[in-house]
Design a protein around this ligand. Structure first.
Ligand SMILES: Nc1nc2c(ncn2[C@@H]2O[C@H](COP(=O)(O)OP(=O)(O)OP(=O)(O)O)[C@@H](O)[C@H]2O)c(=O)[nH]1
Ligand SMILES: [Mg+2]
Length: 389
C-alpha cells in the first residue's frame, strides 16, 4: 500500500536530516557543513488516529504501522532531500536529480534557517543574517522552475498529438501529471485557477510557470518550517505563514524518550524515574525551548499537514462487515489516509484497481447500511466493498 509522502527540501545545512531523524526511526547523517546528505533518505513516520477496534472487541492486526493504547499509527513516508542551491532546477549541485525524489510527494516541507546563521549556500555564518525571506524565495523558485521544466519537456510533440486527438485537455495532461501524483480532479482545479490556453500547442513558458506555481499552492502544499529556533529569542519576520521548530532538540527528545528517560507530552518532557543532574539539565533546556509560544512540536506540524492541508481522513476497508476482518480473519488490517470528499468507489480503487472496476456496492460497517459508489466517506469509516472482482 502506498502511504502518503512528505518531502523535506531546503538550502544546505538548515537541518533537514535532523528533522528527518527526529520524525523517523531511520538514522541520517547530520553535520555542520553543506551537502552532508548526498543521497535522499527515505523513512517512515507514524500519524496517530483513533482505532475503532474496541467496537469489535479484542485487538486489531495492522498490516502496516501499529496500534498502541487505542491509537492506530498510520505510516507516512518522509523523504529527506540533499540541500538545494540557486540553479538547482537546472542541475546545479545535482538539484534536478534531487528534486526528482519529491516528484510524487503529497506535501512538501520547505525548511529554512530561522536563526539566520547559514548563508544561501549553506556555509556557517559568524553573525545572524536575516535571510529567511530570500532563502524561501530561492528554494520555492527552484522547485517551481524544476516542475515547470518537467512539464514543458517534449511539449511540442506532446501538444501536437494531444490537440489532434480530440480528447479533453485534462485527460491529455494526465499523461504527464500522473507521475507527479496529480489526479485529474486536481488538474481541473489548477486549470480553473488561471486563463490557460485551450489549445495545448499555444502554451508558453509563462503557462508552465503559472501551472507550477498554482500546483504548489493548491494541490501539493508547501509548508514553511523555520528551524534552529533554539538559537534565537524571537521568530524572524518572513511575511507569510510559517511554523518554527528546533530539530536538534526534537531529536534529543526522541532519543530521551526511546531511552525511557522521559514521557513526551505536546509541549514538555516529563522525567521518568531518577535522572542524573546532566540529564535533568538537558531536559530543562529542551523544555524551555518547547515551551516558547512561537515554537511548535514536529508532530503537531505533521498533524496540521495531514488534517488541514492535505485534508486527509482515515478509512478502514474490511472484508467481513460483522467481524471487521479481512479474509484471513485479521481485524482491521488496513487504515488508509484518503482525501476528504473521497467516495466508496475511490476506496475500492485504492484497495485494488480490479476491485474498483468491479465495484457493485459498499457497506458502512458501523451502521450496516448499504452505500452507493458516490457515497462520500467520513473520518473513521469502516467499509466493506462488494465487488465482482
Ligand atoms: N542549534 C541548532 N542546530 C541544528 C538544529 N537542527 C540542525 N542543527 C545543526 O545544523 C547542522 C546541519 O544539520 P543537517 O540536519 O545535517 O542539515 P541538512 O539540511 O540536512 O544539510 P545538508 O544535508 O547539507 O543539506 C548540524 O550541525 C545540526 O546539528 C536546531 O534545531 N538547532
Ligand atoms: Mg541533510
Amino acid at each position: 500500500m502506498s502511504s502518503p509522502k512528505i518531502g523535506l527540501i531546503g538550502k544546505p545545512n538548515v537541518g533537514k536530516s535532523t528533522i528527518f531523524s527526529a520524525l523517523t526511526e531511520a538514522s541520517a547523517e547530520i553535520a555542520n557543513y553543506p551537502f552532508t546528505t548526498t543521497k535522499p533518505n527515505v523513512g517512515i513516520t507514524y500519524f496517530p488516529v483513533e482505532c475503532p477496534h474496541p467496537l469489535v472487541g479484542g485487538e486489531c492486526n495492522p498490516r502496516e504501522g501499529f496500534c498502541d493504547s487505542g491509537k492506530r499509527y498510520v505510516p507516512i513516508t518522509v523523504i529527506d532531500v540533499p540541500g538545494l542551491i540557486e540553479g538547482a532546477s537546472h542541475g546545479k549541485g545535482m538539484g534536478n536529480e534531487f528534486l526528482e525524489n519529491v516528484r510524487d510527494s503529497d506535501a512538501i516541507i520547505l525548511v529554512f534557517d530561522a536563526s539566520g546563521r547559514t548563508s544561501l549556500d549553506g556555509s556557517v555564518l559568524e553573525e545572524s543574517l536575516d535571510l529567511g525571506t530570500s532563502e524561501i524565495a530561492m528554494v520555492r523558485n527552484e522547485l517551481q522552475a524544476w516542475f515547470s521544466r518537467m512539464l514543458g519537456n517534449g511539449w511540442e510533440k506532446f501538444s501536437r498529438k494531444a490537440d489532434s486527438s480530440g480528447q479533453p485537455v485534462v485527460q491529455s495532461l494526465q499523461e504527464k501529471l500522473g507521475s507527479f501524483g496529480i489526479t485529474q480532479g486536481k488538474t481541473h482545479l489548477i486549470l480553473a485557477s488561471a486563463p490557460f490556453p485551450a489549445k495545448l500547442a499555444l502554451w508558453t513558458e509563462t503557462d508552465f510557470g503559472d501551472f507550477a506555481r498554482i500546483a504548489f499552492e493548491l494541490v501539493k502544499p508547501v509548508i514553511l518550517v523555520g528551524n534552529k529556533a533554539d538559537l534565537v529569542d524571537h521568530p524572524p519576520k518572513i511575511g507569510e505563514e510559517s511554523r518554527f521548530v528546533s530539530a536538534d532538540f526534537e531529536l534529543a527528545a526522541s532519543r530521551a524518550k526511546k531511552a525511557g528517560l522521559v514521557m513526551d507530552a505536546d509541549t514538555s518532557l516529563d522525567p521518568v524515574g531518577s535522572l542524573t543532574d546532566p540529564q535533568k539539565n538537558a531536559i530543562e533546556r529542551i523544555n524551555s525551548v518547547f515551551s516558547r509560544s512561537w515554537v511548535k512540536r514536529l508532530r503537531i506540524i505533521l498533524a496540521e499537514i495531514v488534517r488541514d492541508r492535505l485534508r486527509y481522513i482515515v478509512v478502514f476497508p474490511v472484508y467481513d462487515e460483522k467481524k471487521w476482518t479481512d479474509k484471513e480473519g485479521n481485524v482491521l488490517p488496513d487504515a488508509f489516509l484518503m482525501e476528504k470528499g473521497s467516495t466508496a468507489e475511490d476506496l475500492a480503487y485504492k484497495v485494488h484497481s480490479e476491485i474498483g472496476r468491479g465495484f457493485i456496492r459498499a457497506i458502512d460497517c458501523r451502521t450496516g447500511m448499504v452505500v452507493a459508489r458516490d457515497h462520500q466517506l467520513s473520518d473513521g469509516d469502516v467499509i466493506k466493498i462488494v465487488s465482482k472482482a
